[in-house]
Design a protein around this ligand. Sequence first.
Ligand SMILES: NC(=O)c1ccc[n+]([C@@H]2O[C@H](COP(=O)([O-])OP(=O)(O)OC[C@H]3O[C@@H](n4cnc5c(N)ncnc54)[C@H](O)[C@@H]3O)[C@@H](O)[C@H]2O)c1
Length: 257
Amino acid sequence: MTPRESDEDGLRGRVALVTGGAGAGIGSAIVERLRCAGASLVVTDISAKRVEALRSRLGDLAVEHLCEPMDVRDEDAVVSLFGRVRDEFGRLDILVNSAGFNKPASLADMDLATWHAVLDTNVTSAFLHIREAWPLLRERGGAIVNLSSVAAWSGTGLGEAHYAAAKAGVLGLTRAAAAEGAPHGIRVNAVAPGLIWNEHLGRAVPPPFLAAYRAMSLMGQGQPEDVADVVHFLCTDASRHVTADTITVAGGHLARH
Ligand SMILES: NC(=O)c1ccc[n+]([C@@H]2O[C@H](COP(=O)([O-])OP(=O)(O)OC[C@H]3O[C@@H](n4cnc5c(N)ncnc54)[C@H](O)[C@@H]3O)[C@@H](O)[C@H]2O)c1
């Protein structure tokens, strides 16, 4: 479901940064949701082609924006990005750590490079972005939303030990950052999706698992917009007393786990 332009609820005048926001799944749905809520946007993604397409779309829509191709694991690039945010916008109100990566492998076959690639993209990148966003967010308070996964609890059993560890790490990082952020008016929450449509789903997840998951979830597979609406809530003042928390968007998956 496409958000309506009239959904301008609370984010006009605010600046939001979304990582991994130029793809076709949850990240780009979050960008679209925050755009419809009136936010100015900073969006990064590793795909230069997709970043270029988003830049031109936001330009056509006259949205104040900065779209940069970059790797969320690159510390220098992250430091430089936040320098540009300060120079070009002078403020930051919202950080959404959505970029993610998974490459299933059984534990016995998992090489260390794959382990690091998954941990670095899913959790170390969130740490780097939070650290660099901190001075900007501390100036007037703000909201951070980190994308975790139900894999943090279920482990999935699909050769995703690295992914499950990373997404469980995101939950610990979220709570620790919330404790440090509260005195400065910085709220930090996580969203843990279940199985949500994305363009790689058919390739990444074996069909028998997809069928089993759909049967296990009380409401079946979700859409990126289902997650984006919850992220949007956590970014607005409607969630002003919510911090250190995790909202699962999994159609009731955990009820049967
Ligand atoms: N789709 C699901 O079923 C599901 C379930 C649970 C959690 N999640 C999490 O939600 C988030 C979004 O997932 P999605 O499946 O909708 O994918 P998505 O379509 O939003 O794609 C992820 C984006 O991250 C970008 N990216 C990957 N590695 C990067 C890097 N090193 N630097 C910068 N950008 C990078 C990709 O180019 C892509 O655009 C991820 O953190 C994912 O782990 C997804």
